[in-house]
Design a protein around this ligand. Structure first.
Ligand code: SF4
Length: 757
């Protein structure tokens, strides 16, 4: 009803801040007012400027309202759901029968706020025998996951609320957030004289402006700077010997390497005054607590996996783990990093079938996907399901990615709008938006209090689109993964209530090897109809609550959920359903972290021979682009006030700078003879575009940046296709990637700029 406030959450970054919204407009299908939800356990009323324009998502252009099938002339025709599901199941089954299920590749499974489809898609993948998948995480985080897996079999986060020193590396939380109430937390840190905010970033960002120490590194030289920081810690004996003795194996190897770092030379390479680097290292080494956040600035850059290792050495060697204000391991309902335990036990990553690239956290490197398809190898990926993802736009070298997608035997896209990837599909299956079904995020990383938020639907889906849970259930049924007879006892038990349902589900599904992989969709079909109206898609959360209770019973008890773990799980699920602002499901002690280190002996394993070898190469490596015809470093995909990922498809959503200007330093602008608003030609090895410039003191000479999320094709008011801004991946190359994790170097694209008359 218009005028009343309803609870939901923002879906534009991993924070998923709680929101209150009012609905109105035509058919009561628009957001009319939006504000932060004070009752949300993490965001507590905080919201940045971006969600105020969420209506451009909910009512964006090119919504798909019917299943579509590609015709022989390349256009699409509408088909009914029965035909779509039957034909998709038949085509994928035929590929499975002839070439094996492992040739069916899955990409996506959620953006910043719709992660329940990923849980349901697991059933479809299992029904098809599909073994390989990927997502945007493999563009960004797998290098860090690999390092963390080797180090401790886990990933960590930093306690910025309580730290004495907050260190952000290649991250501008003022714009990219990533920590709850980012701007409030940054201001608090900056104004407290007892605390210090340290920022490593080539740009003078909003966060760097607030910093006590800004190490304004030359683009692409973070590895030299991080090595110099570690070098100072070791050479000035600022390491925590007691902590190392008690908790760390193999520290002597990195310590020996860091002792040999020529600090002055590396500071010069990084373009940062040596005294400032020493000041930062001393501040880190002497602090009671240090929280660290590394992000895409170093994770999509040269030496990205080495950068992650050097970063982790900073807080490991100074003992900043499992204490207030340090690094922690959150208890999570679902681990987005997958199971890193095997790496902690010295195991190796699996390899992709064609390019033999490392599969970290279960994810094929995004830059290898075209090579996995465009091959005559018998194990090549022949079919692909893309769900809530847009690889044709979002992955490196869009031209090559399009070629690969077009070469597939079958491409099935599940999405709400006609994306760049959907345009290439054989079948497009329309999904409900994130506000038309129960939905949730798995990005729950808080500590010591962690929360989970299932959002209740705000709108009915229009006729045509279905929630992903329903799409996957129908696909699994068409694939013959289970029968009505299989479900009959579960339906009967669910009708009697959850106490009756639990034993039947455990006995009939989890102990049945045929049905156990189908658990998510079976829960949706059997338990889902008995959940409150609109909440059927939340059925899989019941299973997640039981998994969590079995593993983290103590954390649940501290959060107020008493009883045996089965009882705790039921209470937790009830609380999730009854808490429209989200619920605190876990309360931890700081030293809980040690129980979560998943190495065989529970100690950090600090030696990483491969990365120490790469560290040794820095002494001879060249900074800069190394290409005289491309002297600039382009950072492709900067977060700004009015950028998000491509779920905003209407160009009008951007209040300012609709074309997404190329930021350039005043010195470079002057040399090129251009001013803000002038157009330049920006060229890389892969492509060339014309783009307006914004002369910005944020940038240093030789460094330019383009925003993320631009360059999508949308249908404008007169039915014509409009594209605003540059699609960054028309300029990036597949070869520019990390040698360990395969993560792309989007923040280090060699480029040339020419003024246009
Ligand atoms: S910080 Fe992120 S989740 Fe919160 S309101 Fe801003 S964009 Fe949305």
């Amino acid at each position: 009803m218009s005028g009343s406030w309803k609870k939901t959450a923002c879906i534009l970054c991993e924070c998923n801040c709680g929101l209150e919204v009012q609905l109105g407009g035509e058919g009561n299908r628009h957001f009319t007012r939006i504000r932060g939800d004070k009752a949300h356990p993490a965001s507590k009323g905080y919201a940045c400027e971006k969600p105020h324009r969420l209506d451009y998502y909910q009512n964006g252009p090119d919504r798909i309202t019917s299943p579509l099938r590609r015709t022989s002339d390349g256009t699409f025709e509408e088909i009914d759901w029965g035909t779509a599901i039957r034909e998709v199941a038949e085509r994928l089954s035929a590929i499975k029968d002839e070439h094996g299920g492992s040739t069916i590749f899955y990409y996506g499974g959620g953006g910043q706020g719709n992660h329940l489809p990923a849980a349901y898609s697991a059933a479809t993948r299992r029904a098809l025998g599909s073994r390989y998948r990927s997502s945007a995480l493999a563009q960004e985080k797998t290098g860090e996951f690999w390092v963390s897996g080797r180090l401790m079999g886990q990933v960590t986060r930093g306690d910025f609320e309580h730290c004495e020193v907050g260190l952000f590396i290649g991250k501008n939380p003022w714009q990219s957030h990533g920590i709850p109430r980012a701007r409030v937390t940054l201001r608090e840190m900056a104004k407290d004289p007892k605390r210090a905010l340290v920022v490593i970033d080539p740009r003078k960002t909003e966060t760097a402006e607030l910093a006590d120490i800004h190490l304004q590194v030359k683009p692409g030289t973070d590895a030299w700077l991080l090595a110099a920081l570690g070098g100072v810690l070791v050479q000035e004996d600022l390491v925590d010997h007691a902590f190392i003795e008690e908790h760390v194996d193999g520290a002597e190897d990195p310590i020996a390497a860091l002792r040999g770092i020529p600090v002055a030379e590396y500071c010069q390479t990084a373009g940062v005054p040596e005294e400032l680097v020493r000041e930062a290292a001393r501040r880190i080494g002497k602090a009671e607590s240090v929280a660290v956040f590394e992000d895409l600035g170093i994770q999509m850059n040269r030496f990205s996996t080495l950068n992650s290792y050097l970063n982790k050495l900073l807080w490991v060697l100074t003992g900043n783990f499992a204490k207030k204000g340090g690094q922690y391991v959150p208890s999570v309902l679902v681990s987005v990093a997958g199971n890193l335990e095997k790496l902690g036990a010295g195991g190796e990553a699996k390899r992709s079938p064609v390019a033999n690239e490392p599969i970290i956290s279960g994810l094929t490197p995004c830059n290898s996907i075209p090579a996995e398809i465009l091959s005559d190898h018998s194990k090549r990926y022949r079919a692909m399901i893309v769900e809530s993802g847009n690889p044709a736009h979002s992955l490196a070298d869009s031209a090559r990615m399009r070629e690969a997608l077009e070469a597939l035997d079958t491409l099935v896209v599940i999405d709400i709008a006609m994306t760049e990837t959907a345009r290439l599909a054989d079948y497009v299956l329309p999904a409900a938006t994130q506000y038309e079904k129960a939905e949730a995020t798995f990005f729950n990383f808080e500590f010591p209090h962690n929360y989970f938020h299932v959002r209740q639907p705000l709108f009915e889906a229009p006729e045509g689109p279905l929630p992903e849970a329903e799409i996957h259930a129908r696909l699994c049924e068409a694939l013959g993964a289970y029968t009505d007879e299989d479900l009959a006892p579960l339906h009967a038990a669910a009708a009697q209530g959850r106490p009756a349902f639990i034993p039947v589900f455990f006995a009939k599904v989890l102990s049945n090897p045929k049905l156990a992989p189908m658990a998510p969709v079976i829960l949706y079909r059997t338990l889902g109809p008995h959940l409150p109206p609109g909440m059927q898609s939340a059925a899989v959360v019941w299973g997640l609550a039981h998994q969590f209770a079995a593993k983290f019973s103590e954390s649940l008890r501290r959060a107020g959920f008493e009883g045996p773990s089965m009882v705790q799980a039921e209470k937790l699920f009830d609380a999730i359903l009854d808490s429209p602002s989200g619920v605190v499901f876990s309360v931890d002690d700081y030293d809980e972290g040690w129980k979560r280190v998943m190495t065989p002996n529970g100690r950090f394993q600090a030696s990483n021979p491969e990365l120490l070898q790469e560290l040794a190469t820095l002494v001879d490596a060249q900074p800069g682009t190394g290409q005289s015809e491309f002297p600039f470093v382009l950072s492709a995909g900067e977060r700004r006030s009015f950028t998000a990922n491509t779920i905003f498809r209407a160009p009008e959503w951007r209040k300012k700078d609709p074309e997404g200007s190329l930021r350039i330093s005043p010195d470079d602008a002057s040399e090129l003879g251009v001013q803000s608003g002038d157009y330049v030609r920006l060229s890389t090895r892969r492509g060339s575009v014309e783009v307006p410039v914004e002369v910005s003191a944020m940038m240093q000479p030789g460094h330019v940046s383009l925003p993320n999320g631009l360059g999508v094709d949308a249908t404008g008011p007169e039915g014509r296709s409009v594209r605003a801004g540059v699609a960054p991946n028309e300029l990036t190359s597949l070869e520019d990637r990390d040698s360990f994790a395969g993560t792309p170097w989007h923040k280090h694209v060699p480029a040339r700029i020419e003024a246009i008359a």
